[in-house]
Design a protein around this ligand. Structure first.
Ligand code: GLN
Length: 459
């Protein structure tokens, strides 16, 4: 399988550009090691997994698609990667992404954009665009992404694959290069819900090296998948069906709701009244945390160091000037501003309070429903370049995914149809904290009944 994928990657990836780093020898060596029986037969034995370029793999260039981390090879594995290795997975390479996971299109990468396998003139979504595009194009079986405001779910929707953001604390963040530490989660991307369950099983669980990791037992997801869905209570938040929602996306979700009813689930309308504040709240909190997290990239310990600059301060500023791309700079400036003295209470402090209100909306609806159903993104994949001139329109494409991170709850995107032009449409399911199994069984039942996952992009 590894040889077959190497051949496919070498022939298709020069156009798709889903990989940030690929060395056939690296994958081949692992496969040979497994054949020799180097590792006991774990649950992911011999299965190729692509890793997003912000998740540390020991000795392998891990750069967050940023010039500032050029040449950085982590001295250790992220916990998720360590677990995959123990389970017998083969790490294929590193996936392209938006620089430091800032973006929704995979265009802000120092390596250049990834293309959507369904239509190469369109974006694959972001920031885990390389991971989702590679899975869709069959260049890997499974992939890891990270999701701070939608970065697993939105590219999964745009590429017609399944992606899950687990509950905050379900998967260790140790070794995930931090964007916004209170929002970031590592999660699985795959073609089917069963594969999502398999990969989630491989990476979930308590880790003392991540102080926010949840110390809770991990269910057997493969077993949970098959459990009956009859009687499951679904809620449809009315705030997610407003102006700007593409009519074809709406049609896809409506048809899915009818399917859920046929499968014996109930569907009721619910309200998440603070939804309209999610984007401004997120862009205060996420940039504040990002500006703080990115302070460590100063040319001293990691990656790029400018040869310009006569003093230490000049070396710092020159390194950051040369190393960060435009979106990273924008976020550092915004985040520094909202945290600065005199503005802290008005912006950051207030955003934290609104975040609590958004979280309470979810606590309340999960008193009466088991799972929420929404579009993953208001539109299907948009053309490359369309939103590059205006960062605000790019930010608005996360309108349906961001609240989930603010509330810390788990959510999954599953394909629910295609537009007339042949672009995939994604549906988002949201559950209460640590109820990933609810998402999996609802999505699995839906997938079995509809079969959208069987369609493949033209190669
Ligand atoms: N698109 C959002 C942003 O730009 C979310 C990114 C993410 O989840 N990493 O911040």
């Amino acid at each position: 399988m590894t040889e077959e994928l190497i051949r496919k990657i070498e022939s298709l990836d020069p156009k798709l550009h889903a990989f940030a780093w690929f060395d056939p020898a690296f994958a081949r060596e692992q496969a040979k090691g497994l054949e020799k029986g180097g590792i006991s037969k774990g649950p992911l034995w011999g299965i190729p997994v692509l890793v997003k370029d912000n998740i540390c793999v020991e000795g392998v260039p891990t750069t967050c698609a940023s010039k500032i981390l050029k040449g950085f090879r982590p001295p250790y594995d992220a916990t998720a990667v360590e677990k995959l290795k123990k389970a017998g997975a083969i790490l294929l390479g590193m996936a392209n992404m938006d620089e430091f996971a800032f973006g929704s299109s995979c265009e802000y990468s120092c390596y250049g954009p990834t293309r959507n396998p369904w239509d190469p003139t369109r974006v694959p979504g972001g920031s885990s665009g390389g991971s989702a595009a590679a899975v869709a194009a069959g260049l890997t079986a499974l992939a890891l992404g990270s999701d701070t405001g939608g970065s697993i779910r939105q590219p999964a929707a745009f590429c017609g694959v399944v992606g899950m953001k687990p509950t905050y604390g379900r998967v260790s963040r140790y070794g995930l290069i931090a964007f916004a530490s209170s929002l970031d989660q590592i999660g699985p991307i795959a073609r089917t819900v069963e594969e999502i369950a398999l990969l989630l099983q491989g990476i979930a669980g308590f880790d003392p090296r991540d102080s926010t990791s949840g110390n809770l037992p991990v269910p057997d997801y493969q077993k949970e998948l098959e459990k009956p869905v009859k009687g499951l209570r679904l809620g449809v938040p009315k705030e997610y069906f407003v102006d700007g929602l593409d009519p074809e996306v709406k049609k896809g979700i409506d048809a899915a709701l009818a399917e859920f009813r046929r499968l014996g689930m109930s569907v009721t309308e619910v309200s998440l009244p603070h939804t309209e504040y999610a984007i401004p709240t997120y862009y205060v909190i996420a940039t504040a945390e990002a500006s703080s997290n990115l302070a460590r990239f100063d040319g001293v310990q990691y990656g790029h160091r400018s040869s310009q600059g006569k003093s230490l301060l000049e070396m710092y500023t020159q390194t950051r000037e040369e190393g960060f791309g435009p979106e990273a700079k924008r976020r550092i400036i915004l985040g520094t501003f909202v945290l600065s003295s005199g503005y802290y209470e008005a912006y950051y402090g207030r955003a934290l309070k609104v975040r609590t209100l958004i979280k309470k909306d979810f606590d309340r609806v999960f008193g009466s429903v088991d799972c929420l159903v929404t579009p993953t993104s208001p539109t299907p994949a948009f053309p490359l370049g369309e939103k590059m001139e205006d960062p605000l329109t790019m930010y608005l494409s996360d309108i349906h995914t961001i609240s989930v991170n603010l509330a810390g709850v788990p959510a999954l995107s599953v394909p629910c149809g295609f537009t007339q032009g042949g672009l995939p449409i994604g549906m988002q399911l949201i559950a209460k904290p640590f109820a990933e199994e609810t998402l999996l069984k609802a999505a699995y039942a839906y997938q079995q009944a509809t079969g959208w996952h069987k369609r493949q992009p033209p190669s």
